[in-house]
Design a protein around this ligand. Structure first.
Ligand code: GTP
Ligand code: MG
Length: 194
């Protein structure tokens, strides 16, 4: 998360391909196109590090990056992807296995588009994390697309939705990968996770 110190390690398509669970790990989850890869690029200050695009389903593997002594993980999106159903189902299965079964996963950042709020698929993932007792923190993305008042309404709604999730970290982050808002705060949060 520190410019010049983050490198791509590998893309994983099966649980057997995961690197050894030997260090702190954080990951970015969220619906397709919510801005996971863009956020990693903003955090690292390296535009092309994680592949981002306007095509939902761009990220198709669990991508591991090393940042200092931690793993940062970019996940395929859930909910929708421009790919055959069987392929999407395979990713979703892997995604769930990973989120539930990774011992060293310290925090999942669940990204939610500030314009759209939490959808049913987000609720599903948050409930899965509750069951697995994996702490997650909501990050609202693309805040540059909303005006102040609309952003506040969206934030209040999301906060209310979190109340029923025991694994939710109470602080919601507001970010814009485009404008850089909230990026330094998120970087500091990640650096502080042990
Ligand atoms: P998948 O890999 O398909 O799951 O998508 P993703 O969640 O990784 O999204 P990605 O980072 O590829 O971004 C999707 C689109 O949203 C791209 O066209 C980005 O340029 C755009 N985008 C991402 N973050 C922001 C932001 O903060 N503001 C604005 N305006 N656009 C953004
Ligand atoms: Mg992506």
């Amino acid at each position: 998360l520190f410019a010049g110190e983050t490198e791509f390690l590998k893309g994983v398509v099966a649980m057997s391909g995961l690197p050894p669970a030997d260090r702190v790990e954080v990951c970015f989850a969220g619906r397709s196109n919510v801005g996971k890869s863009s956020l990693i690029n903003a955090l690292t200050g390296r535009k092309g590090l994680a592949r981002a695009s306007n095509t939902p389903g761009r990220t198709q593997e669990i991508n591991f990056f090393t940042a200092r002594d931690i793993y940062v993980v970019d996940l395929p999106g859930y909910g929708f992807a421009n790919a055959p159903v069987a392929v999407v189902e395979k990713w979703q299965r892997l995604l769930k296995q990973y989120l539930q079964g990774r011992q060293t996963l310290r925090r999942v950042f669940v990204l939610i588009d500030a314009r759209h709020g939490a959808k049913a698929v987000d609720e599903e993932i948050m409930s899965l994390l509750d069951s697995a007792a994996v702490t997650f923190q909501v990050v609202m993305t693309k805040t540059d697309k909303l005006k102040g008042e609309a952003l506040k309404v969206s934030l209040d709604k999301t906060r209310a939705a979190l109340a029923k999730h025991p694994a939710a970290y109470p602080e919601i982050l507001l970010t814009s990968s485009e404008k850089g808002d909230g990026i330094a705060t998120l970087r500091a949060i990640i650096a502080g996770i042990e």
